[in-house]
Write a protein that binds this ligand. Sequence first.
Ligand code: AMP
Length: 423
Amino acid sequence: MPSKAYLSAIINKKNTLTFDDFNFESSLLEGLYSMGYKTPTPIQQQAIPVITDNKDLIACAQTGTGKTAAYLLPIINHILHAPTRHLNTLIIAPTRELVVQIDQQIDGMGYFCSVGSMSIYGGSDGMTWEKQKHALKEGVDIVVATPGRLISLLQAGDINFEHLQHLVLDEADRMLDMGFFDDIKAIISYLPKKRQTILFSATMPPKMRLLAKEISNDPEQINIAISKPAAGIVQQAYLVFDNQKEALIKSILKNDDYQSVIIFSSTKENVKLLEKTLRSVDGSIKAFHSDLEQPEREEIMRDFKAKKLRILIGTDILSRGIDVDGISLVVNYDAPGDPEDYIHRIGRTARASKAGVAITFINQYDQQKFGRIEALMGYDVTKMPLPEGLGVGPVYDPHAVVKKPSKFGSKPKGRFNQKDRKR
Ligand code: AMP
């Protein structure tokens, strides 16, 4: 049966829904308007009626589409309709940064209503957890957590999900990539069978579909077309040998137009090395990786958001979910292996319809990978001439297979090592 919101849109002969069509509580509407949201994004238009109707949902939508509000708004509205003193909603997300951002969005939307939320992730000290346990007893509506931390607490018997009504898995594919499949299944075994299950994922690999089928009940499916970078991003690429990359990045960073920059490199070790190298060019630079303690990570992110730091260097841990406005340049110091990662990385710039530049360095070994990225996007990225004095780079031939000589034999499988999978 079509939802009330859809019916109202049809009756009013409107092609698109507005937030007023969802019959949200006025205090919630006030919160979302105060956040500057004017009209619902496509994923919000499609997902909000389904979630409001209490149906299970599997949604394919990436960061930047407004997916967080798509599930938060109807859930907060449910809570406002029928307030209880019990824990109502569990949201599981892959990283601490995403957990914090979701919690901040709850604070923003719920600013004018009484909705209590709590974020749970590794790295908090014992005191914090004691306080949190107290708050949970007092009545928190929504818990937002990383899987690793949550499973430890569940095993210790510290959280009671007896009255839970909504489960949300956000960036579910990312959680599977990080090896959280078993943890998620274990967490779900602690939850009531009668609940609404909502799963958001940027991609739908077969393992994801399997999990979705197992944990949901006759779900509605929504697919928001992805894999196209925002139109405001100017994409450029340089063909370089590895020994030319350092001079090239230094020359690019001389451009004062780039006031807020993210540089992606493939490994944590390269990120640390690059930070040392570039510190001589610009002291306003920090590396962001999983070896940092949580307070350090938060401080770096705060400084970067506040534009006290000009340059942030990181691995793909930075590419999803980080919500910082006004990033003028994203550099892929190493071309990403996965086309979806490329889209996520460059999606850090040109947010909210602003313009931004994304530059990728392609060495002779990464050309095939980059060819796949161009194929997925359906167009070629402009190849820039190297600045004077840097010499000649490799010729672009994405169909040629150039194997990287390996000193160590075969590479370990998987995109994350154990240390990256912090709890
Ligand atoms: P997300 O895809 O959830 O990461 O959201 C990306 C960004 O879009 C966040 O900064 C949100 O605050 C913002 N956003 C979400 N929904 C809307 C909306 N309807 N109008 C304007 N901005 C929005």
